[in-house]
Design a protein. Structure first.
Length: 95
């Protein structure tokens, strides 16, 4: 269940591919998560302070190195290090 004491958990979905982004958003909303989506790194960094997610869900596309660098910076930040980051890698790919 996506709620604890009536509060919906907030997930920030990051995916460059529109189809993937919309699929993840719909599936998470169906199980009652509060979801917002970002389509690239600049969008992620812009939405992060205003949205304050409980989890960041990242679909790993072609642009992996900058994305991993941003994840490292978030984990080094006292403001954001507590937020879990889940990396989704397409089947058969290596990070």
């Amino acid at each position: 269940m996506a709620t604890a004491a009536g509060v919906r958990k907030r997930i920030l979905v990051v995916a460059e591919d529109t189809t993937t982004r919309n699929l993840l958003r719909r599936q998470l909303q169906e199980v009652e998560f509060d979801v917002t989506a970002a389509n690239h790194l600049a969008d992620l960094l812009e939405r992060l302070p205003e949205y304050a997610p409980d989890v960041i869900l990242v679909h790993m596309g072609e642009n992996r190195v900058p994305l991993l660098h941003v994840c490292e910076k978030l984990k080094a930040s006292p403001t954001y290090r507590h937020i879990p980051i889940v990396l989704l890698v397409p089947s058969g790919d290596a990070v």
